[in-house]
Design a protein around this ligand. Structure first.
Ligand code: NDP
Ligand code: HSE
Length: 440
């Protein structure tokens, strides 16, 4: 049988990895797919650089639309990125009856509903394993491997840049700004790392996992997004003393009232495996009612790890593209007519536990007042730690840090108590609040 023909749009980091791995492992991949997979045409703005990567045997053009218009091409891989031209090209490829593979989490998290509907109407597949956690096959696991389960929650370290920064802050006791510069020097963080450090990249990824886990539409606009820019080295150290690590988690959870969808720094018990995922690595925990807790770990980015996921999608499409569209695995795991309208909960309705750090006047009765406010609101305390005197600077010798860990409470209830605490004359600085996830 002739190989299936693929057109590649954008041959940068992931595109070149995809080309190289496909070439290197072509014989084994063909034995798995049942048919050869050939990148027959490439579009990139830098034609000379692209031609150097693919060699003289593959046609390279600067206009991606030439690839989409080529009737020989069955599958279009979009590896340009962003919401702009990439969106237009993906929709045009679908309209032209091509299957699409993309690693573009930003595009799918924001415009996924429109894109999946267009693909459904046209009877083509849109595959996106590489969009979440790079080389970890988490989409396949959620959509197929765990299909027997009622998924209860998914929690993941799904941004390598921020995990590297947090690991360095903990290891070396450095502040965020110092480590960010180092991450940029090492090439982990982009020159403009905003999407990574503000939690947006992780929110794109958890939005996609939430849709697949619970059969709801992709709803990035309803995600709560908080990055790591305000984290101080002191809180990382106190968390450690209390038996926790701080990780930027993407969390989505099914509750009786709706779905939680949130990204924020979280205290995770040090004894959990996921708390020990360090550097730029990714890991995702999934809790299903039948299987219990499962954990997936690996490289969440990089040329060949991400290519591994792109090629897995190519193989899937090669195997399935002659199948009746109704007998394929649905894009978002659930049949399009069986999606749920479970609402995404506002943050005030989320129930979790908290780490609070208060800089207070070192006077009798201060702690009693704080714990009294929590008790009045029905919030139970799990642990209290007072900062040792020798850790307080000379200028602040009449002040001390009080750290309180709470049990589960509604975020809206905690917000009211925090407002009351903040207005006390004995609370000397903005209160630090970090959510805590036991993940058990
Ligand atoms: P790169 O910037 O390395 O590559 C993108 C390529 O697309 C560049 O060669 C760029 O050319 C080219 N390009 C830009 N505009 C066009 C256009 N209109 N037509 C054709 N080519 C164009 O990005 P990555 O490979 O890192 O990322 C690709 C996608 O994969 C993104 O969606 C990203 O989020 C996702 N991803 C990336 C991971 C990674 O580790 N890098 C991991 C997981 C997902 P030029 O350089 O000349 O602008
Ligand atoms: N910027 C992302 C990260 C790349 O740091 O994990 C992979 O999506």
């Amino acid at each position: 049988m002739n190989p299936i023909k693929v057109g590649l749009l954008g041959i940068g980091t992931v595109g070149s990895g995809t080309f190289n791995v496909l070439k290197r492992n072509q014989e084994e991949i063909q034995r798995r797919a049942g048919r050869g997979i050939e990148i027959a045409m490439v579009a990139d703005l830098n034609v000379a650089r692209a031609q150097e990567v693919v060699g003289a045997g593959v046609k390279v053009v600067s206009d991606a639309r030439e690839v989409i218009a080529n009737p020989e091409i069955d599958i279009v891989i979009e590896l340009i990125g962003g919401y702009g031209i990439a969106k237009a090209l993906v929709l045009e490829a679908i309209a032209a009856g091509k299957h699409v593979v993309t690693a573009n989490k930003a595009l799918l998290a924001v415009h996924g509903t429109e894109i999946f509907a267009a693909a459904q109407a046209k009877g083509v597949m849109v595959a996106f394993e590489a969009a979440v956690a790079g080389g970890i096959p988490i989409i396949k696991a959620l959509r197929e491997g765990l299909t027997a389960n009622s998924i209860q929650w998914v929690a993941g370290i799904i941004n390598g840049t921020t995990n590297f920064i947090l690991s360095e802050m903990r290891d070396k006791g450095l502040d965020f700004g110092v480590v960010l510069k180092e991450a940029q020097r090492l090439g982990y963080a982009e020159a403009d790392p905003t999407f990574d450090i503000e939690g947006v990249d992780a929110a794109h990824k958890v939005t996609l996992m939430s849709a697949i886990a619970f059969g709801i539409p992709v709803q990035f606009d309803k995600a709560y997004v908080e990055g790591i820019t305000k984290l101080g080295a002191a809180d990382i150290k106190y968390a450690e003393q209390l038996g926790y690590r701080i990780k930027l988690l993407g969390i989505t959870k099914r509750t009786a009232h709706g779905v939680e969808l949130r990204v924020h720094p979280s205290l995770v018990p040090t004894q959990r495996l996921i708390a020990n995922v360090e550097g730029a690595m990714n890991a995702v925990m999934v809790q299903g009612d039948a299987v219990g807790t499962t954990l997936y770990y690996g490289k969440g980015a990089g040329s060949e790890p991400t290519a591994s996921a792109v090629i897995a999608d190519l193989v899937d499409i090669t195997r399935l593209h002659t199948a009746d569209p109704l007998n394929r695995v649905p894009h978002l795991a659930f049949q399009p007519g069986a999606m749920s309208d479970l609402r995404v909960l506002p943050m005030s309705e989320v129930v979790t536990s908290y780490y609070l750090r208060l800089r207070v006047a070192d006077q009798a009765g201060v702690l009693a007042k704080l714990t009294g406010l929590l008790a009045d609101a029905g919030i139970s305390i799990d642990a209290v730690l007072q900062r040792e005197a020798d850790q307080v600077s000379q200028a602040d010798e009449n002040q001390t840090d009080v750290i309180i860990l709470t049990h589960d409470t509604r975020e809206g209830t905690l917000n009211d108590v925090l407002a009351q605490m903040q207005s006390l004359p004995t609370v000397m600085a903005p209160i630090v609040r970090i959510r805590k996830e036991e993940l058990n």
